[in-house]
Design a binder for this molecule. Sequence first.
Ligand SMILES: [Zn+2]
Ligand SMILES: [Zn+2]
Length: 143
Amino acid sequence: MAEQITDDQVAEKLGGLRMTKQRKVVYEVVQELAKEHPTASSVYTRAKEIMPTISLATVYNCLETLTDAGAITQVNLHREASRFCPNLQPHAHFFCAKCNAVFDVNLQDKADASEPWDLPSGSRIEEMNVAMRGLCPDCRDSK
Ligand SMILES: [Zn+2]
Ligand SMILES: [Zn+2]
């Protein structure tokens, strides 16, 4: 589970970038919807409930800034709109082709993200973007 991080920690991640009200709202929405890994448009829909004046362009901008700063990660899935994830632990994503749910897949050995993969020896993973596609348990059971 993604841990709740404080404004100060986010500000630190933003590396001197100002934590504007809009960025804060966008960041909080990504946290809030972490389980579903929201697309930009679902972030927008929720952000607008909190801050009615926010525009879709602003949401896109904030998502980009937060991604560049490493506060959230952008998840690209098979022919799908990008999703956003606030879980900064190295992990993969499992994507259900039927209900579009996205699950965080944690590594068994959290100490070393390179462990399960046959990387060239001596490599170090700095970022992971691994997506698996299939059927979640609910969809597998429903005919
Ligand atoms: Zn499913
Ligand atoms: Zn994730």
